[in-house]
Design a protein. Sequence first.
Length: 237
Amino acid sequence: MRVLVTGSSGHLGEALVRSLKTTEHEVVGVDILPSDFTNKVGSIVDRDHVKRCVQGVDAILHTATLHKPHVVTHSRQSFVDTNITGTLNLLEEAVSAGVRVFVFTSTTSAFGGALTPPPEAPATWVTEDVTPIPKTTPFTPDDLFDLRANAPSVLKRRIPEYEPEYARRGWRMFPGIERVYVNARARKELGWRPRYDFVHVLNNLKAGTDPRSLLSRVVGSKGYHANKFRESPYPVA
């Protein structure tokens, strides 16, 4: 199978390309930034480029996107161009080329206001049944950086052992968190068993070992910007 991975120079894209290269599948990486994991340099906004990239492809893993780190460095039009027009280009050209599989890594922002918990709730529990509440002003810092809920009350109920380890290190839990993603359906229907969860991290912290997976250590930390913000994921606090 020939698999096209968009955003192949990013964190998720590189991880997918690395993983696919250990299989029998042929992998093609597409990104606007050149890297060892990108062999088709160009933008998904460019329809002709997309058309060339999808030729002979059996499956597409679409991870190319603008997201929270780009809110203050890119215009709203850039978000529309990449996230909407770019995805449309891929979908339509995939159909024309007879691509059999299209996996779209969507964004939590699709839920909009449904991700903000009511005042009396510690967090919103996000499942497949959550109904999106569109926001009228997408892609603004206020929309994306607003955290209001009480994280410790959620985690204390679920993972009480974090407190002594955090206290020993002089750490504090985040003052707020907006949502908790529920993976019950994936565990039930796909048989997925998460390995690198919060309990795993805590156990490794207690043992003095690195809690990160080998793949995450190999991919490492990447800058999201080619300008003065290159070394910082989030240009604003």
